[in-house]
Design a binder for this molecule. Structure first.
Ligand code: ATP
Ligand code: MG
Length: 484
């Protein structure tokens, strides 16, 4: 009976005796809250039953179940793992599902019709069902002592398969190290993650300092999950963060950029940013953000931009990274623009030079990819052009590929009291108006005082065609890069 039960949970290949032999290296030294209804097999993991964890099977994707079942039917262990289990425990529908198994990548691909091995350094398998992909990986081990590292202890290469126990220990936080078997509906818990989910606590697995040195991005992940889930960060997990924050600077910028995207598009960007600042982590990540947030006007604008991004994500609307990054850096552009004009540059060349200097400073650190940078330039470059409402100018702008983004950006500027709200309102009416309505609006604009604001639209004396077209040539195709 017991054998059958364990067989059901752990798959056919595992003898129950194996479970009992486990010790948990690097186990976080804390007294976990008690989780009732669990079984502990010797020093092995907690086996948490459905009555206790309460996961609603309806929240589990049928494709993920197909993968675990396919693997289990072939005699392998297979579990849902990571963020999906954490979210299921919280009653949140996971946005994606990862599977962990003791099958090798080659064994996995043989079992599914549409599956392919990806990754060179550490291979994993994408099992595809229509547009849905279930990322399926072989249990792997964290071997910090043998792994290749940089001079600060950052692990450069770790690509060894391991046991399920190893796989739990190599994960970052206790709440991210849970395994769920949809067939038996049990959660396998090596690090008291279920108790930590209940206690709403982010707790790193193993020694915090060593784990952050191995991978400094874990500090950002601690903050992101805490902000997104409304969790606390455990004292020991939190303590070394401020001191080790400079290690973030050694992380390759492309990886940092990916993490920032996750953070800003988590639906809780504002909360994440506040936490980043509270933990002293924002410096190395987005160096100019600190300056921006300390200018009262800049702070309002950035806050509004983050709020609107959060809102879009939460209601399932697409949001564009270039738009958000354009917002975050706008006040830096404004500052440099003003400086360049004071130095005597014409407005449009002054704006182009300002955009260059701000983007250069950021790309060094954050790898803002070229496609984002070109969209950002267009959004910024549209701002002075939106001030011109006479002649063909507004009609041409309506056809501009990035008009919508430029207009949305203008509305945010109005909302932040940076520019006259009447200008945004005028555009809103102009977009909807028929031909006669548009003519009337142009007449109205001709009689209206020029809108106030930071943009140097008032200097209309300098209508230097080549300079204006420099803004135009920044127009790449509308990549429509959005996070959905
Ligand atoms: P999200 O909801 O953002 O997808 P997630 O927990 O699923 O959250 P992923 O980045 O998708 O995060 O990673 C999947 C799992 O892989 C994590 O739950 C964690 O167990 C493990 N993991 C990811 N990044 C790290 C890391 N830097 N160090 C250790 N384990 C990690
Ligand atoms: Mg995930």
């Amino acid at each position: 009976m017991i054998k059958r039960f364990l067989h059901k949970i752990f798959g056919r290949k595992v003898a129950p005796a194996k479970l009992e032999a486990h010790t948990v290296p690097g186990h976080t030294a804390h007294k976990p809250a008690k989780v009732r209804g669990t079984k502990k097999t010797g020093k092995g993991p907690l086996v948490v039953q459905v009555e206790e964890h309460g996961i609603d099977p309806k929240l589990v994707s049928t494709n993920a179940i197909r993968v675990t079942k396919g693997l289990q039917d072939a005699g392998f262990k297979a579990f849902l793992v990571g963020g999906a289990v954490r979210d299921l425990l919280l009653g949140i529908k996971p946005k994606d599902f990862d599977v962990a198994t003791d099958a090798t990548p080659e064994q996995i691909v043989k079992l599914f019709r549409r599956a392919r091995i990806i990754g060179r350094r550490f291979q994993l398998v994408h099992v595809m069902f229509g547009s849905d992909t279930i990322e399926t990986s072989t249990f792997r081990a964290n071997q910090p002592h043998n792994a290749e590292k940089d001079e600060h202890g950052r692990v450069l290469r770790d690509n060894v398969f391991g046991s399920q126990l190893d796989d739990a220990a190599r994960r970052d936080f206790t709440v991210n190290a849970l395994f769920y078997d949809p067939a038996s509906q049990v959660v396998i818990d090596y690090h008291h993650g279920v108790a930590d989910v209940k206690a709403k606590m982010m707790r790193i697995i193993g020694g915090p300092e060593q784990r952050y040195r191995e991978d400094p991005v874990r500090m950002l992940r601690a903050v992101r999950f805490a902000a997104k889930l409304g969790f606390e960060i455990d004292d020991a997990t939190r303590a070394p963060i401020a001191r080790l924050a400079p290690l973030i600077e050694n992380v390759p910028s492309a990886r940092l950029f990916d993490e920032m995207l996750k953070l800003f598009f988590s639906g809780h960007a504002l909360a994440c940013l506040k936490r980043l600042r509270a933990e002293g982590l924002h410096h190395g990540v987005l160096p100019l953000l600190d300056v921006v947030l300390e200018q009262p006007k800049g702070e309002r604008f950035v806050t509004l931009a983050l709020e609107s991004t959060d809102e879009r994500i939460r209601i399932g609307k697409p949001a564009s990274p270039s738009f958000l990054f354009a917002c975050l850096l706008w006040h830096e552009v404004l500052k440099a623009w003003e400086e360049n004009k004071t130095r005597g540059d014409y407005p449009i060349p002054a704006l182009n030079a300002a955009m260059d200097s701000v983007l250069d400073a950021q790309t060094e650190k954050l790898a803002i990819q070229r496609r984002y940078a070109s969209d950002m330039r267009e959004i910024w470059g549209l701002q002075p052009r939106l001030e011109r409402r006479n002649g063909r100018s507004p009609y041409k702008l309506l056809e501009h590929l990035r008009f919508r983004a430029g207009y949305d950006f203008l509305l945010l500027r109005c909302e932040a009291d940076e520019t006259d709200a009447a200008l945004g309102d005028w555009w809103t009416r102009f977009i909807d108006a028929d031909a006669a309505g548009r003519e009337a609006l142009q007449l109205e604009a001709a009689g209206a005082p020029s809108s106030a604001g930071a943009a140097p639209n008032k200097r209309k004396r300098h209508r230097r065609k080549p300079a204006a077209s420099k803004v135009d040539t920044a127009a790449g195709e509308n990549t429509g890069d959005v996070i959905e």
